[in-house]
Ligand binder design. Structure first.
Ligand code: RAM
Length: 857
């Protein structure tokens, strides 16, 4: 008895299909079967409105075009699919899945921006304010939707219950271009008769302090506001709408201060009991001002919101040098504490946070101007009170708890991990516990640096969407988590900022701080390389199409900044944080900035040429290919000797030139490869690269056959190396190779984070080369199985949930004998390339291969 099962179709890259913004959502499904070598021959999609595609001869199952009429606002549509195999097999219909659009037309918005009156507003990062409105529903309700967003960050309540589980909603986008709203099904929270809706509104990114060097507040405006539209459909067919306007009333509440960096101060005595319930007397509250806003800026999310994803109990309670109570969670994480505490009214408990200890105390210097301090003042209830700040997050492993009333019990504290609720899709493990910890650290740094947008760091007064960081990390990110939706939103912001300021800014959203905008290589190249990576990993051609103007604008702009195609003028970050750069000068790299910039220009020009070809822009394809050729020639003229050495003799220079393929023919490449091996050996196999060279060097070495050298770098424990931090107890990837020095002191540099994913970009090489799992065609339509065991490893495994289903490579080594178990998703094929063996094709299903390893790698 065979089985053939097809999943309910997914809508676009969504996890939450309430309030989607795509009128023609593409559909994807995966198939499971025990029929060997099953390949899809045709599909049929049926929509809830009766539309059926009939049998469509196609083996596509990922991001298949919407078959129906475009959806209008508020339309809910069911979809199901069934598939036919090339062998004549046919599945049953899948379960139905549902997608519902939000408000697709600005004219759908009737809500004004309800702004608390000026007399309630404090200084930036001051009190969070309460807004409420009571209303009456005249009949039984069939369904109700809340469309909501804010200038600021909010938590909404209806009839005393919190709406949804979003954290720091609406997250951070480039608000003056795009402000995301959320759609909630609130049918179950409402009732016929008297109701109330309310929201707590803090400054967040909109008005609060953001950025380093003193930061800036009021970036998007001086006044916070709530924008909400509650739409009710009654059973009798009539409707009602409650919108934010000047009938909402405002007051201050228990949150007396809320800053993303500084933390939250909460005085529970100030909580007006029942404030978001019907019947609450708000006559002493002040009316909101109804301000205008531009509804054309309001967009539906393309990915999930930030949520509380996990809680962690303390692993240890320590006593600091001054007798302070320190709680260790055993993991550097991003989120906040939740405490349960009982004590007298007016008593205050203070919670402070840090990533590491120094001399047994919280090391807060790396936080710079982020106080990361929450305070809770008790109501004095007879029962224990629970507190978790709602309008801040911290990056921490340790917390100091001051003023605990009575004996402290660690069971009364948990760490609540918060980040964008992306679906985990990738796994890696191997026989070396240190490498496993390194990989786990990469995963935690991705989690910590995805509080709505891809950031550099999550703990100090920065937390910005630095373009270079995600440019180098995107391949690893896309393997570990389904981040296509969230990154698509960020790329839309990037394009909007780029169009406004005339270049790709250093970080997105862009906030002018100590320096202005300028085009910088490797950072600005995020405009080209991040969409390209997502295309490679998800097959999403639509994203490339949408980003194409941004991609071309970047390459075109850089072309105007070059002289004879050499980019050798203007500010560059270069190979940022080269391990040889002094602590106080992270940009003082050994690698020539012009070499980095010109190589990246060639790289992006080539990727844009490939993109143009895919999109059918043939003239562009030819033009950018020609440009890429000119830049390569210029690069060689300036930096490459005829025999294949580089004018700049560094690990990063060779890694980059090999990756971008800037050498002239195999002899030069071979010579360059040998030189790179020599350089790494001369450094005793310690890493010599910064942000630019680090993601590339292992691949570059492997591309010239130097697998052994790549493994020596990867498994090196002496500083600087990937494993040095692991030997120092790191639980996340550090910003610097030596954020902590061997004596346990914190690097004296003023820029020292313990949670930065950039140097963790090597995880992508671990997935593709150590374990051996990679896409051979966009979206893993074809899979490359190409493990290259080395480094003394006896086992490695990588698994990835591809758009077509689960792929896995799992190898074991016994002496010279290698056994490789492979799982190929249905509807795809794999190209299996084992060391010393000719490559073979493998169809869907489970396979086991054996080979004898040639010379030790
Ligand atoms: C630091 C950031 C980031 C990097 C820039 C150039 O401020 O932490 O990682 O991209 O510098």
């Amino acid at each position: 008895m065979t089985s053939l099962h097809v999943s309910a179709p997914a809508f676009e890259h969504h996890r939450d299909t309430f309030g989607i913004g795509e009128p023609r959502p593409r559909l994807s499904w995966t198939v499971t079967t025990d029929i060997p070598d099953w390949i899809q021959q045709a599909y049929e999609i049926e929509l809830g409105d009766g539309l059926s595609t009939g049998r469509v001869e196609s083996n596509e199952s990922a991001l298949v075009p919407w078959p129906g009429a475009p959806l209008g606002s508020r339309e809910r549509r069911a979809a199901r699919v069934r598939v036919h195999g090339a062998d004549g097999s046919a599945s049953d219909w899948s379960e139905w899945s549902y997608g519902e659009t939000g408000l697709l037309d600005p004219a759908d918005w009737h809500a004004t921006a309800a702004a608390p009156p000026l007399e309630l507003l404090g200084a930036p990062d001051g009190p969070a304010l309460l807004l409420r409105r009571g209303f009456t529903l005249r009949a039984p309700i069939e369904r109700a939707r809340l469309y909501i967003t804010a200038h600021g960050i909010y938590e909404a309540e209806i009839n005393g219950r919190v709406v949804g589980d979003d954290v720091l909603a609406p997250g951070w986008t480039s608000y003056h271009h795009r402000l995301r709203y959320r759609t909630h099904d609130v049918t179950g929270l409402l009732r016929e008769g008297a109701n109330a809706i309310g929201a707590t509104l803090a400054d967040g990114w909109y008005r609060g302090r953001v950025g380093f060097g003193g930061g800036k507040s009021g970036i998007y405006g001086e006044r916070t506001a709530l924008i909400a539209q509650l739409e009710i459909a009654y059973i009798d067919g009539t409707t009602d709408m409650i919108v934010t306007d000047d009938e909402w009333r405002c007051a201050s509440g228990p949150v007396t201060e809320a800053g993303l960096y500084d933390g939250e101060k909460h005085d529970a005595r100030l909580h007006p009991a029942g404030w978001s319930e019907a019947g609450f007397d708000d006559s002493s509250w002040l009316p909101a001002d109804a301000l205008t806003h531009d509804p054309a800026l309001l967009v539906a999310p393309t990915g999930p919101p930030v949520r509380r994803v996990q809680t962690l109990p303390p692993t240890e309670v320590l006593t600091g040098p001054n007798g302070e109570t320190l709680v260790d969670f055993g993991q550097n994480l991003v989120g906040r504490l939740r405490i349960r505490v009982q004590g007298p009214a007016g008593h205050t408990v203070t919670l402070r946070h840090a990533e590491v200890l120094e001399n047994g105390a919280l090391a807060v210097r790396p936080l710079r101007a982020a106080a990361a301090e929450d305070r809770y003042t008790l109501r004095g209830d007879a029962e224990p009170e629970t507190f978790e700040p709602r309008f801040t997050t911290h990056g921490f492993r340790y917390a100091q708890i001051d003023g605990w009333p009575g004996a402290f019990d660690p069971a009364d504290v948990v760490a609540v991990v918060c980040h964008t609720d992306m679906r985990p899709v990738g796994a890696f493990e191997c026989s070396d516990p240190l490498l496993n910890r390194l990989h786990t650290n990469v995963v935690w740094s991705m989690r910590g640096n995805y509080v709505d947008l891809p950031t550099d760091c999550p703990q100090r007064d920065e937390r910005l969407g630095w373009t270079g960081d995600i440019q180098v990390f995107a391949p690893a990110a896309a393997f570990l988590y389904d981040c296509a939706g969230p990154l698509s939103s960020w790329l839309a912001d990037l394009a909007a900022e780029q169009a406004e300021v005339g270049t790709v800014p250093h970080y997105v959203p862009w906030v002018p701080l100590v320096f202005g905008v300028s085009a910088t290589a490797a950072w600005g190249d995020a405009a080209v390389l991040v969409p390209w990576t997502l295309y490679e990993r998800t097959g999403d051609l639509g994203l490339l199409r949408r980003q194409y103007p941004s991609m071309t604008a970047w390459v075109d702009q850089v072309a105007t900044l070059t002289r004879d195609h050499l980019w050798d003028e203007g500010f560059q970050f270069g190979d940022w944080l080269d391990p040889a750069a002094p602590s106080d000068n992270p940009g003082k790299a050994r690698t020539d900035r012009a070499l980095v910039a010109t190589a990246y220009h060639a790289w992006s020009a080539r990727v844009v040429a490939d993109t143009a070809a895919l999109l059918g822009h043939d003239a562009d394809a030819a033009r950018y290919a020609e440009l890429a050729g000119h830049v390569r020639t210029a690069f060689r003229r300036e930096f490459v000797t005829p025999s294949g050495r580089l004018a700049c003799d560094t690990q990063t220079a060779y890694a980059l030139a090999l990756t971008v393929d800037l050498f002239d023919g195999p002899e030069q490449r071979e010579r360059a490869g040998r030189r790179l091996v020599e350089l790494v050996a001369a450094d005793d196999h310690r890493i010599g690269t910064g942000f630019v060279g680090t993601p590339l060097i292992c691949d570059a070495l492997c591309s010239v056959g130097a697998y052994g050298t790549a493994y020596q770098l990867l498994t090196q424990r002496n500083r600087p190396s990937w494993l040095y931090p692991v030997t120092m107890g790191a639980t996340t990837i550090w910003e610097r190779w030596d954020s902590m020095l061997p004596d346990g002191s914190v690097n004296p540099g003023e820029m020292t984070s313990f949670n930065h994913y950039a140097l963790g970009a090597v995880a992508d090489w671990m997935h593709r080369t150590v374990a051996g799992l990679a896409p051979a065609e966009p979206g893993y339509r074809r899979i490359s199985v190409r493990p290259r065991p080395g480094g003394g490893l006896t086992h490695a495994r990588a698994a990835h949930h591809t758009p077509y289903g689960e792929a896995e490579v799992n190898w074991r080594r016994d002496g010279e004998r290698l056994t490789v178990a492979v799982r190929v998703p249905l509807n795809t094929t794999a190209i299996v390339d084992l060391p010393g063996e000719p490559a073979v094709e493998a169809g869907p299903g489970q396979h086991v291969f054996h080979c004898t390893l040639p010379d030790p790698l």
